[in-house]
Design a protein around this ligand. Sequence first.
Ligand code: MN
Length: 292
Amino acid sequence: MNTKSVEAIIQPREPHFVGDGFSVHNFIPASYLLDMQRMNLFILLDYGSKYHFDPTEIPKGVGVHPHRGFETVTIAYKGRIEHHDSSGGGGIIGEGDVQWMTAASGILHKEFHESEWSKTGGVMQMVQLWVNLPAKDKMSKPKYQALKKEAISRYILDDGKGEIEVIAGEYMGMKGSASTFTPMYVMNARLKADAEAKFRLPAHYNTALLVIEGSIRVNEGENVPTDNFVLMAQDGEDFVINANEDAVVLILSGEPINEPIAAHGPFVMNTRQELMEAFQDFNSGKFGYLEN
Ligand code: MN
């Protein structure tokens, strides 16, 4: 066993609102250990822990805004999110669904609670990740992968005590559902109490876990409670998750993109010049049009 050890367990920061619809704890890049390079290619992680929204006729969310230079990955654990973008794409991200949007050269979009869900209200729990693109792909054509829960690959653990949803990457030969530009793993381990799940990921990949439900131990270490983040070291390949109770764990691991990052607001490029071009292109309407 060539152990990948725990580097740090990071508690959630105070949440803040994105628009009026998403109460999120930012882990990347605001956490003191997690700047945009440390988990690169995962350059942003906003985690919306469980938050109750009262019924409303006017859906809450985030209005029209641009992105360029990366992908946004939205995972709905609870609640329903409706999305529209300037390429005419759109859809509903229901519980267990994943939306993988390649903003690349530029897109406008808006993200709101789904209108029918808004009328009854309920608990929202979600993750939004920004996945960096290598320089050669930053200006590629935008695209969109809507991954429905039923269509996401899942590996049932041998003892039947849980399953690994393979959104991207591979687990025990089970290939992930999303197509990606560079090698990475995005998985949900849905574990029953006392389940054990083993992972082998490349030592040099940037790897982390986020506990969505329940509590776990990693490599038989201390308990990691709900909503906590586990940063893994780059010292080995193998680690083990044990569920203290029924648990859901998001597992992220990616080959680092060793390129400079120039980021401002919704744009993540390689140079300041490219950032300026992004703002100019946005201001001159080159990202298209989307009604508010
Ligand atoms: Mn967005």
